[in-house]
Design a protein around this ligand. Structure first.
Ligand code: SF4
Ligand code: SF4
Length: 326
């Protein structure tokens, strides 16, 4: 202890959280560090959502089994001395994939957050800084949106999407545990965007009526995203013309005034020839696709969701053709 004080390490460590946030900022990311002392509050926030029914228990159970999202509100066994939680945000555009088919081009949008390539870059910044200070970092399985709002990094919109000033909703969140000390106190009450006080654009535009005026949690069991991320067929009440993305849905984000400077941020992801599009639509198995097709899908992180691609691409093509789902 004396040795550490003599070297000034403990004095320096008081600034660890601030300096880490600065490092992330300099690298083009955003981050907040909060103490693990707040984990019980995060857990009770989440439990309250389930108790009040704002988050449907059956729906939550389905999500847990589908994505393995079993939140853990304790430091993990690999880092039991964790004293801080780091929540980060990395800007991401929408990605456009072009599919050639029958002499036409069809475009499928992948919303921000589905592409993981920023994760490694964020973790590199964190690891480098913490390694230099002899601290460790590991993934945290905590509700990232809730943590982002409680840490002051983001605010909720009425559509239950999180927003960051200047970035809109065009970013991906990640959370980590660390044994670095956290002396800075960002923790705050749950906050929604002020814009939402006088706006109901997303409520009016949501095709499935999943967003209510009086609550800030969508009825996720009605959200298009829930269905097109799942492997079951679409229920009959979903109008085929509502589909607007290859996966997920951008309608409530595209109409949101907080995104007015970001909605046109669309990057080309990959282009698929007639032959490749036919293979996808005919359900050629992932392993039987040509290597270059797999590479293109992997580049936009769609190889993991390949089983959904045939169905989701077909509804988008049918929508454009105006023929509905056959
Ligand atoms: S569209 Fe309006 S109400 Fe909906 S999240 Fe954006 S600002 Fe809030
Ligand atoms: S993502 Fe689409 S379906 Fe879901 S709440 Fe927003 S507009 Fe509605």
């Amino acid at each position: 202890m004396y040795f550490r004080l003599y070297l000034g390490i403990d004095m320096k460590s008081d600034n660890t959280a601030i300096e880490l946030e600065q490092q992330l900022h300099h690298a083009g990311f955003k981050g907040r560090v909060v103490s693990t002392n707040h984990l019980p509050e995060l857990e009770s926030d989440f439990a309250r959502l389930l108790e009040t029914g704002d988050l449907n228990k059956d729906f939550y159970d389905e999500i847990v089994s589908r994505y393995g999202l079993d939140w853990d509100f304790k430091p993990p066994s690999k880092l039991p001395t964790a004293s801080s939680i780091i929540i980060t945000a990395a800007q991401q555009p929408k990605i456009s994939l072009e599919f050639h088919h029958d002499g036409e081009s069809y475009y499928g949008i992948i919303p921000p957050t589905y592409v993981y390539n920023t994760d490694a870059a964020v973790l590199k910044v964190i690891s480098k800084y913490l390694d230099e200070h002899e601290y460790r970092v590991c993934d945290a399985r905590v509700p990232a949106k809730l943590l982002a709002v409680r840490s002051g990094l983001a605010r909720y919109g009425r559509n239950n999407i999180t927003y960051i000033d200047g970035w809109g909703s065009y970013f991906r969140l990640r959370a980590y545990f660390s044994d670095a000390p956290c002396m800075e106190e960002h923790w705050q009450e749950w906050r929604a965007m002020e814009l939402c006080n006088k706006c109901t654009a997303c409520v009016k535009k949501c095709p499935t009526s999943a967003i209510g005026e009086g609550r800030f949690l969508v009825d996720a069991g009605k959200c298009l995203t829930f269905f097109n991320e799942g492997e079951k067929g679409f229920p009959e009440w979903i109008d085929p013309t509502w589909h607007n993305c290859l996966i997920g849905c951008m309608i409530c984000q595209d109409v949101c005034p907080a995104n007015k400077d970001h909605t046109s941020w669309l990057m080309p992801g990959a282009e698929f020839s007639d032959e490749e599009t036919i293979m996808i639509l005919e359900g050629v198995s992932r392993d039987d696709l040509p290597a270059q097709t797999r590479e293109k899908l992997q580049k936009v992180y769609m190889l993991d969701s390949y089983e959904l691609l045939k169905r989701n691409l077909k509804v988008l093509i049918d929508r454009v053709k105006g023929s509905g789902i056959s």
